[in-house]
Design a protein around this ligand. Structure first.
Ligand SMILES: [Zn+2]
Length: 293
C-alpha cells in the first residue's frame, strides 16, 4: 500500500520527462491508442516469476523491459527475496548507470532506466521475526540463509530501509488527521526546486545525482555531525557507498525542511534509515533472540 501511494507524492513530471516516458512506452507497444503524452510517473510491479528479459529488456528486436518502463517512476519488487538472485544482481548496474544496454547479434540498443527501486520483504521465512505478539519459529540458520539471498552490494544501493510493524485493528479504525498526498507533494516539489536551483550550474537536477566531488561541495557537515557519522560508520560497518548515500539522504531531509545546512538531526534520521545494514552485517542479535527461546 505504501509503495503504491509513493507514486502520488513524487514531483510533477516535466515536459522533457513526459516525452521520454511516452517514447519508451510507445517502443514497447504499450501506448494505448489515442493517448497523448504520459504525464504521470510510471508504477511497475513485475511478479517475482518474471524472466530476466522481461525485467531488463530483450527479444529479437530488443524491447524495453520493466526497468525502462519504470523510467522516471517506480519499480516495485514485492517479496524481494522471492526473485531470482541473478535477476536482482543484474539490477545493480542499471541502478548505478540509469541506463541499460541490450546486445543482440544484429543490434545493440541502450534504453534509459532512471527509476526509483522500491522493494518489500519479510524479516524471516515465517514472517514473525521481531514481532511482539506472534513468535518466530525460524532457526538462526534459516534466517541467515534467507537474508543472505540479498547481497551486500545490492543492499548498499538502497538508500532508505525501514522496518514496518503490523498495524493493529484498533488503529485502522481510528481516523486521524493525516497529511494528504497532495500536501506532501507540495513539499516534495518545493525540495525539488531548491535542488534544481542549487545545481543550476552543475548539470544535475537532484541530490541523488551528486558525485563524490559535488558531495564535498554541497554536503558540508559540522563537527558534531561528522563525529556521529564516524561512530555509525564504524559501529554499523558501513561501506563507502552507504556513507555517501547517507549524506545524500540527509541533504534531502534538510531540503524538505527548507534548511540550508545539514544538521545533526538530519544525519541521525538518515542513519536511522539503514536498519537492514545492521541486520545484514551484525547477525548476533538474531542468534541471541532465537537461542533464548
Ligand atoms: Zn521466522
Amino acid at each position: 500500500m505504501m509503495a503504491k501511494r509513493l507514486a502520488t507524492i513524487l514531483p510533477d513530471v516535466t515536459f522533457e520527462e513526459a516525452l521520454e516516458i511516452t517514447k519508451i512506452h510507445s517502443i514497447a507497444g504499450k501506448l494505448k491508442a489515442n493517448r497523448g503524452l504520459i504525464t504521470t510517473r510510471p508504477f511497475r510491479n513485475p511478479h517475482h516469476t518474471a524472466t530476466i528479459n522481461s525485467i531488463i529488456g530483450g527479444g529479437r528486436t530488443p524491447k524495453p523491459g520493466e526497468i525502462s518502463l519504470a523510467h522516471y517512476g517506480i519499480l516495485f519488487l514485492d517479496e524481494l527475496l522471492e526473485f531470482n538472485k541473478s535477476t536482482l544482481e543484474i539490477l545493480r548496474g542499471p541502478l548505478e548507470d540509469r541506463e541499460i544496454t541490450i546486445s543482440r547479434i544484429n543490434s545493440t540498443i541502450t534504453y534509459p532506466c532512471n527509476f526509483m527501486l522500491v522493494a518489500s520483504m519479510n524479516p524471516c521465512p515465517c514472517g514473525y521475526y521481531g514481532d511482539l505478539e506472534k513468535q518466530c519459529i525460524c532457526t538462526p540458520y534459516n534466517i541467515q540463509r534467507y537474508l543472505n539471498k540479498i547481497s551486500g552490494p545490492l543492499l548498499d544501493r538502497i538508500d532508505i530501509q525501514i522496518e514496518v510493524k503490523p498495524v493493529k485493528y484498533e488503529k485502522l479504525e481510528k481516523v486521524n488527521k493525516v497529511e494528504t498526498s497532495e500536501e506532501i507533494r507540495k513539499r516534495v516539489n518545493q525540495a525539488r526546486n531548491i535542488q534544481k536551483n542549487r545545481y543550476s550550474e552543475e548539470n544535475i537536477l537532484s541530490n541523488s545525482e551528486l558525485t563524490p566531488k559535488l558531495i564535498e561541495k554541497y554536503c558540508e557537515l559540522k563537527e558534531e555531525s561528522k563525529n556521529m557519522l564516524e561512530v555509525a560508520f564504524k559501529k554499523l560497518g558501513l561501506s563507502v557507498r552507504a556513507y555517501t548515500r547517507i549524506l545524500k539522504v540527509a541533504r534531502t531531509i534538510a531540503d524538505l525542511e527548507c534548511t540550508k545546512d545539514i544538521e545533526v538531526k538530519h544525519i541521525a534520521e538518515a542513519i536511522g534509515y539503514r536498519s537492514l545494514d545492521k541486520k545484514y552485517i551484525n547477525r548476533e542479535d538474531i542468534n541471541e533472540q532465537n537461542i533464548n527461546k
